[in-house]
Design a protein around this ligand. Structure first.
Ligand code: FE2
Length: 375
């Protein structure tokens, strides 16, 4: 897509709700303590903050891990019969909160609710010895919620109620910098509803769309539209399954997650070769594309700085758009259910999402689905 065109689309976004970026992502998981260890050991995050019995929280335990601008919160209930426990029973481990950093959490909430958002949490001031934070929240697709976080002169490790989590075990980071985008999977014929939600309720603009002709293989298909906040700092592609001969990966997700939810978190690196080398050394598994993908790569993307052989060894994918190219790679699901996974992405000018890789990728995904007997 032409530069001018994308710029125009950004201008269409009505920025009544300026977002400074993603504040944190909270996952409800069945064992937060072990999940935190995975994100540290395998993905290079460091201990940041903790809430649980030791901080007077008798309901749940949360570990917050950090790498550059990325904060993940891993939460588990401490007893049966909780809302968090119900969520985990239904969905398995998954993303509950996509928190957005704003200058005014009350105004963001009122603007969104005025435009039709369903309230999740009315604006509330949270306070401890380190200062004040204001948070509010609205419902999004499935059981995902957006929490608006306003931090003015807050000097604590994370949020009021959390204490610093200091451990001597903090493996070397692997160069993850920030969240590039987060993708939602929604049900049949639901994509446009959620595109409208992000447009009308949150003032996002649609910057790209793919239909089943772009993203289909012999068997399966999906449609996708990419929504972006006015300043481009927050991007949410929304997928819905399209009809194919067999069950699509989005349908498999919807079946196993038992509803709509976050499909993947794309995290950016400035050196994907180094990042993926380290991730592989630490046992993180990725989707594998066939050798043949690399036979036609140069022809498809032209000249790139990286050695083809290195990319092939690490199974890194490449795609090009009008503005440059990008390198990307997708992990296997990070929990028992074939639901949430991570994308590692390095942008070298490109502002798109790897459309040219979709077909190669889906064929790889289908090989995996075949192994699980869910194609
Ligand atoms: Fe992605």
């Amino acid at each position: 897509m032409e530069n001018q065109q994308i710029k125009k689309m950004y201008e269409q976004a009505e920025d009544f709700m300026p977002l400074n970026g993603t504040d944190y992502v909270e996952l409800y998981v069945s064992n937060a303590r072990q999940a935190a260890h995975f994100y540290k050991s395998a993905m290079g995050f460091h201990s940041l903050a903790f809430s649980g019995l030791e901080t007077g929280n008798k309901e749940f335990e949360s570990y917050v891990v950090v790498q550059n601008k990325i904060r993940l919160v891993l939460s588990s209930p401490l007893r049966s019969g909780t809302e968090m426990g119900r969520h985990i029973d239904k969905h398995g481990d998954g993303v509950k909160v996509v928190a957005l950093w704003v200058d005014d959490a009350a105004s963001a909430y009122h603007e969104a609710v005025k435009r039709g958002a369903k309230s999740y949490m009315e604006p509330r001031v949270e306070e401890d010895a380190f200062g004040q934070v204001v948070r509010s929240g609205i419902h999004a697709y499935g059981e995902v919620v957006h929490i608006f976080v306003e931090r003015k002169d807050y000097n604590g490790p994370f949020l009021p109620g959390y204490q610093a989590w200091e451990t001597i075990y903090n493996p070397e980071p692997i160069g993850l910098e920030y969240i590039d985008h987060m993708v939602g999977n929604v049900g049949h014929n639901q994509m446009n509803k959620w595109v409208d939600f992000y447009k009308n309720v949150m003032g996002f603009a649609q910057i790209l769309s793919f239909d089943d002709k772009d993203i289909s293989t012999k068997y399966t298909a999906l449609m996708s539209k990419v929504m972006s906040s006015g300043n481009g700092r927050v991007k949410f592609p929304i997928n819905e399954p399209a009809d194919g001969l067999k069950k699509s990966q989005v349908e498999e997700y919807l079946d196993f997650y038992e509803g709509e939810g976050v499909q993947h978190i794309a995290v950016a690196t400035n050196n994907i070769i180094d990042t993926v080398t380290k991730l592989r050394e630490r046992g993180v598994l990725f989707l594998e594309v066939p050798d043949s993908y690399y036979d036609s790569l140069t022809e498809r993307v032209g000249k790139i700085e990286e050695e083809l052989e290195t990319l092939k060894n690490l199974r890194i994918l490449v795609d090009r758009d009008d503005e440059g190219y990008l390198l990307q790679l997708f992990s296997k699901p990070v929990q028992s259910r074939p639901t949430l996974f991570f994308e590692i992405i390095q942008r070298k000018g490109a502002t798109s999402f790897g459309k040219g890789n979709f077909k190669a990728l889906f064929e790889a995904l289908e090989r995996e689905q075949e192994l699980r007997g869910t194609l």
